[in-house]
Structure formats: structure tokens, C-alpha cells
Design a protein around this ligand. Structure first.
Ligand SMILES: Cc1cc2nc3c(=O)[nH]c(=O)nc-3n(C[C@H](O)[C@H](O)[C@H](O)COP(=O)(O)OP(=O)(O)OC[C@H]3O[C@@H](n4cnc5c(N)ncnc54)[C@H](O)[C@@H]3O)c2cc1C
Length: 366
């Protein structure tokens, strides 16, 4: 069988595109397989939070590196990919996380009620712990996906990968109408990663959940619109996240919760998605007077979570195949792509990314 390309990349979400771009930049030829258009899976919808704050110090360090890569991509694609408005965090975790950020050299500003009002005028009055991660912000997800896809044009096969098989030296990828041989494969298929890895003898302990995020129109798009992580409980919901659209016209907001799904994607109680969407609307009505609480857009999506934490991520390697799984990976996509490419080129998973490292699962004390 003739070799199609050096590396098959399965999945054209932000992680697959990032890995493929890195591999191409290193002089390797790639084929990117995706059953749909790039960025339609977990990477769907406009905006994600770029934040440095994590409980695991290693993720803070990776975020610092990723931030630099986002700036490089912004220059290359000719569009700012992270908004200049910063990332606001509310709640009792603020002092601990602020300590970790300061130790990592991240610029962070503690906010009193007045400071918060200035930084985040769309928010209702709040008196508790708050901080601003100055170099955080909203990721312009659509421009990132478009920019990377544009650099990879001519490499896409728009078909479902039914199976990946390796004889130890090469990888054969089978789709409904193609069979391709590659020197290596990177599996970053989101929800599809665990089943493909299982076929290669690798068990990835990922939990599948269903999630919903709702967008609300901003009443005054001239106002500063930082991202929000609210763990305070002050406005009636325990954990809420939100990120603004690049033109500040809307705020994508979700209750940080998802609904258990079976491996085949069935849900025992799909009505809970509606309840989470309603809870997002109630939160907006209470906490964010600067928004119109009528839902504007909705994103339903799968989330894949590793057992050691909501921000957990890991790479599994078997022969010439490497697979990645985790959640909340958008902000780290440039460095995860780099780690995947390094695994292909060096034949080993970079330090810190192996499953036993439990990246994202260790809470550091400040
Ligand atoms: C609503 C929401 C909000 C989020 N907020 C944040 C945030 O604020 N900050 C953050 O950093 N992260 C956030 N995340 C997480 C982040 O979006 C994901 O971790 C990231 O997008 C995952 O990208 P991916 O490339 O791994 O997966 P995906 O984007 O799912 O890409 C996988 C691709 O593989 C393709 N595929 C699957 N199986 C096959 C197959 N057999 N054959 C061919 N193609 C296949 C799919 O079609 C898909 O395009 C959020 C996620 C959601 C859903």
C-alpha cells in the first residue's frame, strides 16, 4: 500500500489542528481526517476562556507558554485571538490561585468592589474575593479554527475514521471510501478518541458528559467584557463560566456542570440540559444586569473528563500512535499540539503528559 502521508491526524478540532500545524511546521506531511467540518465538535461555538488560573501549578506554567503561542498565531493569522479585557475570577479560591499565579510570574490584580465595577461593568454589585488575570481573555475560537484550517488546506479527508490499525511500524487508517497508510497517527477525535484507542488496545478512562452553554446579548458593546469564572455562590449558582464574543456583542455563559452520558452517547435524562440552560438565564438575570437575559444562541456539546480532575489531560502512546484526552483544553491547545508532535517525532510522550503524571489533578498550595 502506498504511503499517503507521514502522519494521520484524526480529528480537526482545536487540538488536531494545532498538532497538524506543528507537524507541518516541522517538515512532516499530514492528512487530517474529520467526519465533519473543522471545529464542529467540542471546539464548536464562538469564544472560550483563556485563563492562567488552575489548581495544578503545571497547568499554570503550560498556560504561560500557551499564551505566548496564541500571540504568535495572532500575528501569523493577522487577527487578535485573545481579547484584551482580561479574565475575572470570583470566590474563595481566589487567594490560593492568586498565589500560584504570582509565583508563576502572571500579572494578577486583586479587586475590591469598586475595582471590580470598573473592570467588569456588566456585573451586579459583589463584595467578596475577586481578581483579574490581566493577560487572560476570550479566545476568538472561530478565527483560530479558520486560521489553522487555512494553513492546512489540501490535507483534509472529510470522512469518518472507522478504524486505525498499527503493525508497530506504520498505521493504516480506514474510512468508508479510503484506506491510507501513514508513518504515525495522532488521535484527537474528542468523543471519538476512546473508541478508536480501544481498537488499538489502549483503554482511556474518560467519562462522557453532555453540556450546554447559552449566549446572551450585551446591552452596551462599548463596555469592557472580561471572561468570568464565578465560584462564589453569591448569585445563586455554585460555579459559572462565561466568555465574550470578539465584538463584545454577546456573552457565552454556562453553569459548570454536565450530565452523565453512556458510552454510546445516550442520556438517561436529556431534560436536565434544558434545566441547565434555564439556570444560565436565571444567573444572568441576577448577576449580569449588563446583559439581556433572553437567550440568543445555544451550544450543546459533549465533554470528555478524565477521572483525576475537570482540567485533567493526558497523552497515551502505543507504537506509532498517540492519543489525547481531557477537558478544558482549548486554552492549552498550542502546547498540547506541540506535545503531540513531539511524541510523534521523538517516539515518547514528553515529561508531564503521561497518564501517570495526572496533569491537572494535583492541587498545589500557594
Ligand atoms: C461549551 C464548552 C465550553 C468550554 N469552555 C472552555 C473554556 O472556556 N476554556 C477552555 O480552555 N476549554 C473549554 N472547553 C473545552 C474545549 O472546548 C475542549 O477541550 C476542546 O475544544 C477539545 O478539542 P478537541 O480538538 O480535543 O476535540 P473536538 O473539538 O471535539 O474535535 C474532535 C474532532 O474529531 C472528529 N471525530 C471524532 N471521531 C471521529 C472519527 N471516528 N473519524 C473522523 N473524525 C472524528 C470530530 O468530528 C471533531 O471535529 C469548553 C468546551 C465546551 C463544550
Amino acid at each position: 500500500m502506498p504511503r499517503v502521508s507521514d502522519v494521520a491526524v484524526v480529528g480537526a478540532g482545536i487540538i488536531g489542528l494545532s498538532a497538524a500545524y506543528r507537524l507541518v511546521r516541522q517538515g512532516l506531511s499530514v492528512t487530517v481526517y474529520d467526519v465533519g467540518r473543522p471545529g464542529h465538535g467540542q471546539s464548536a461555538g464562538q469564544s472560550r476562556i483563556f485563563r492562567h488560573a488552575h489548581d495544578d501549578r503545571r497547568l499554570v506554567d503550560l498556560a504561560v507558554r500557551a499564551r505566548h503561542h496564541w500571540d504568535v498565531w495572532s500575528d501569523e493569522f493577522g487577527i487578535p485571538l485573545i481579547s484584551p479585557d482580561g479574565a475575572v475570577m470570583l470566590g474563595d479560591a481566589v487567594p490560593r490561585r492568586r498565589g500560584l499565579l504570582e509565583r508563576a510570574g502572571v500579572t494578577v490584580v486583586p479587586l475590591d468592589a469598586q475595582g471590580l465595577r470598573e473592570v467588569m461593568p456588566v456585573l451586579a454589585d459583589y463584595q467578596g474575593e475577586a481578581m483579574l488575570d490581566v493577560d487572560g481573555g476570550s479566545i476568538d475560537t472561530r478565527s483560530a479554527i479558520a486560521g489553522l484550517s487555512g494553513r492546512l488546506s489540501g490535507t483534509f479527508v472529510h470522512e469518518e475514521v472507522l478504524a486505525a490499525h498499527s503493525d508497530g511500524d506504520t498505521v493504516t487508517i480506514r474510512t468508508p471510501t479510503t484506506v491510507g497508510e501513514h508513518g504515525a497517527a495522532v488521535v484527537c477525535a474528542g468523543r471519538g478518541t476512546a473508541p478508536l484507542a480501544r481498537g488499538l488496545g489502549v483503554a482511556i478512562p474518560v467519562r462522557l458528559g453532555a453540556h450546554v452553554r447559552v449566549s446572551f446579548a450585551v446591552r452596551d458593546s462599548n463596555l469592557r467584557l472580561p471572561t468570568l469564572q464565578d465560584g462564589s455562590g453569591h448569585f445563586g449558582a455554585d460555579a459559572v463560566y462565561a466568555a465574550g464574543y470578539p465584538d463584545r456583542s454577546a456573552y457565552g455563559l454556562g453553569i459548570a456542570d454536565d450530565i452523565d452520558a453512556h458510552d454510546d452517547g445516550t442520556l438517561d435524562d436529556a431534560t436536565r440540559l434544558g434545566e441547565l440552560a434555564d439556570a444560565a438565564g436565571r444567573y444572568v438575570a441576577t448577576a449580569l444586569p449588563g446583559l439581556d437575559p433572553t437567550p440568543r444562541d445555544i451550544v450543546h456539546c459533549w465533554v470528555t473528563t478524565l477521572p483525576w480532575g475537570d482540567d485533567g489531560v493526558a497523552l497515551w502512546r502505543t507504537g506509532p500512535v498517540v492519543a489525547v484526552a481531557g477537558h478544558n483544553m482549548f486554552k492549552h491547545a498550542p502546547v498540547i499540539g506541540e506535545a503531540l508532535a513531539e511524541t510523534v517525532v521523538a517516539g515518547r510522550v514528553p515529561s508531564g503528559f503521561a497518564p501517570e503524571d495526572r496533569l491537572g489533578g494535583v492541587a498545589d498550595k500557594a
